[in-house]
Design a protein around this ligand. Structure first.
Ligand code: LMR
Length: 397
């Protein structure tokens, strides 16, 4: 049987990291996968995480199974993280293996309860969205999002398209730091989208993987507010990979917001999906998040570290934009400053991406997305010189 099986193509993001690791060139730079790096190019364990792990190790008494949805206190802390102090009566949260696990639970749950079995994804979007939502057999449709010429969200086309999505379909929305473009909606545009969702009756599924990397925890979660205020039902897939630096621990959550009287019944269906997929969540990553969010001192340490990561991303954006303005004054890179989170659509063509990889050992995804957090004071000039050289190859110089 296995003789007949052909190989799968490499993953466009994680496959790049594998290729990067085997590249022997010492000057190599990885601007591919969305992983935060500090000024030295490291991805350290946060201080708050180390302290929480020490406390957990000392206090741990059992490795018995978790409940299907994880511990209720974890859920309460995640809801506070998303919505602030005031409880949302119809909210229920399951601990999941990472944000991807949360999205997959959402996809399987939606496939089970939906009549249309159709989900809308932004054009472009994180490539794995198609795999995750396609896995349970959902039909996938694109909605317009990015205006490549203006390097920003095409808010008019977006609103027009979402106003035509049929009731009962699902729409995946990036809560902040849109992946791959780094272009987000503003508060007014979010309000419009929430009004459309309320009027049309489609289900928003928020992908919340970068809270705190755009501006701040409060600013980045703010787009949820108009949806809550309008009484829109929704699902929120939260990842703690980036904002707690817990990548390999697979810490995430799926939050349901339903009418309060229906929430337990709906959540029971989500729990059934989880039971079939992985039975109950791994404990460690979620417990770290819960420990930090439950302790005022640790929370403050973590907030400071999160703000530090966010500030470094902003600083690298500014320095890259400056570096490119000096080296390629006829090309516009100023938009890099205005985009948010780790990613920017650099506008670098697929041919130049390939050139940068083969000639300069600089790795980025084929669509020209760069992880700004992969830039460091040490590699910045090297990267800017290389990008300028790549652009000159286009002009034949
Ligand atoms: C990315 O887009 O680089 C991250 O979300 C990592 C991943 O799993 O693809």
């Amino acid at each position: 049987m296995f003789e007949q099986v052909s190989a799968a193509p490499p993953d466009p993001i994680l496959g790049l990291t594998e290729a990067f690791k085997t590249d022997p060139r010492p000057e190599k730079v990885n601007l591919g996968v969305g992983v935060f790096q500090d000024d030295e190019g490291r991805t350290p364990v946060l201080k708050a995480v180390k302290a929480a792990e020490a406390a957990l190790l000392a206090a741990e008494k059992t490795k018995n199974y978790f409940p299907i949805a994880g511990e209720p206190e974890f859920g309460r802390k995640v809801e506070e993280f998303l919505f602030g102090e005031a409880a949302v009566p119809g909210a229920r949260t399951a601990q999941t293996p990472g944000g991807t696990g949360a999205l997959r639970v959402a996809a399987d749950f939606f496939a089970e309860i939906s009549q249309s079995r159709r989900v809308w994804l932004s054009d472009p979007t994180w490539p794995n969205h198609r795999g995750v939502f396609g896995a349970p057999g959902l039909a996938i449709q694109p909605y317009p999002y990015y205006d490549a010429a203006r390097r920003s969200v095409n808010a008019g086309a977006l609103a027009d398209a979402l106003d035509k999505v049929p009731a009962g379909d699902a729409v995946v929305l990036h809560l902040c730091c849109h992946n791959p473009t780094g272009a987000d909606l503003d508060a007014e545009q979010w309000k419009t989208v929430s009004e459309i969702a309320a009027r049309r009756g489609w289900l928003p599924i928020f992908d919340a993987a970068y809270i705190g990397f755009g501006d701040s925890l409060e600013a980045d979660r703010a787009p949820l507010r108009p949806f809550l205020d309008a009484g829109v039902e929704m699902l929120i897939a939260t990842s703690f990979s980036k904002n707690f630096g817990l990548y390999r621990e697979r810490a995430g959550a799926l939050t349901l917001v339903a009418p309060a009287r229906a929430a337990d019944a709906v959540f029971s269906r989500i729990k059934r999906v989880i039971r079939v997929l992985y039975s109950n969540p791994p404990a460690h990553g979620g417990q770290i998040v819960q420990t930090i969010l439950s302790d005022a001192l640790l929370r403050q340490v973590w907030r400071d570290e999160l703000n530090g990561m966010c500030a470094r991303i902003h600083a690298m954006r500014a320095r890259f934009a400056e570096g490119m303005a000096r080296r390629a004054p006829d090309r516009d890179f100023a938009f890099i400053r205005a985009q948010r989170g780790m990613f920017s659509f650099s506008g670098i063509s697929a041919a130049h991406v390939a050139w940068l990889r083969s000639e300069r050992a600089i790795y980025m995804t084929g669509d020209g997305r760069i992880n700004v957090a992969g830039l460091t004071p040490q590699n910045l000039d090297y990267v800017c010189d290389a990008v300028a050289a790549a652009l000159r190859t286009e002009r034949g110089g």
